[in-house]
Design a protein around this ligand. Sequence first.
Ligand code: ADP
Ligand code: MG
Length: 260
Amino acid sequence: MIRIAIANQKGGVGKTTTAINLATGLAATGLRVLLVDLDPQGNASTGLGIGRTQRDQSSYELLMGGCALDEAVIRTAVPKLDLIPATQDLSGAEIELIDYEERTHRLQRVLDEAQPGRWDICLIDCPPSLGLLTINALVAAQSLLVPLQCEFFALEGLSQLLQTVDRIRGRFNPDLSIMGVALTMYDRRNRLTDQVADDVRACLGDLVFSTVIPRNVRLSEAPSHGMPALIYDIRCSGSEAYMRLARELIARLPRQEVAA
Ligand code: ADP
Ligand code: MG
């Protein structure tokens, strides 16, 4: 199972939208997908229709050693897509984990428990910070996917994230790779977003996925219906883009990781 962290310490850049719809797109190609909601806001859980009362065991209990992996996994309405939900308890984890041994490796240990072959791919939706939760995700992951909003300060935040990646490589996870940068909320009619997209490509080259996620109202409506946009409106431009991104990501995976 290849594990991919979806991270960017900025809020509102499209991490959760990408996590939900990329997970759904990957599942639609036949891969078995596990999505880990690692944000105390629990938006990925809500967006997949998993209400608060259904989140008995969550990523919080898992990290704190309060339950086993299987107990926290919920099947979603999307075929082949399972979820480990998040609750607000998780906001305490950053502090509570400080007293734990190997506090940076909690998620890795938990995911190592997964039965071999149960899932092909695991996506981890990170909170908007570079705190202990995101560090757990970057330690547990083989690879990182960065959603980058097409706006003026996009690159500035990115250098901080890349520094963190370097530090994680140096201390904990030397093989952590960058799967790619996905440009989100692209608006063709806005010259600034065009300019930002060009600058990011000039700076990062092939690291940037060719698929660009457009600004699309269907993507923002879907979570209030508790479904991925790819189910809510499979034909909208946002859904089509996430389906393309899923295929592009599969093409970037090391061959031995995904047999399906
Ligand atoms: P993050 O997880 O990085 O905080 P979200 O995925 O929650 O970001 O997105 C922030 C807000 O922007 C949400 O209301 C979401 O519905 C909306 N949004 C995200 N991507 C798009 C898009 N491509 N087009 C329109 N709205 C989007
Ligand atoms: Mg989010």
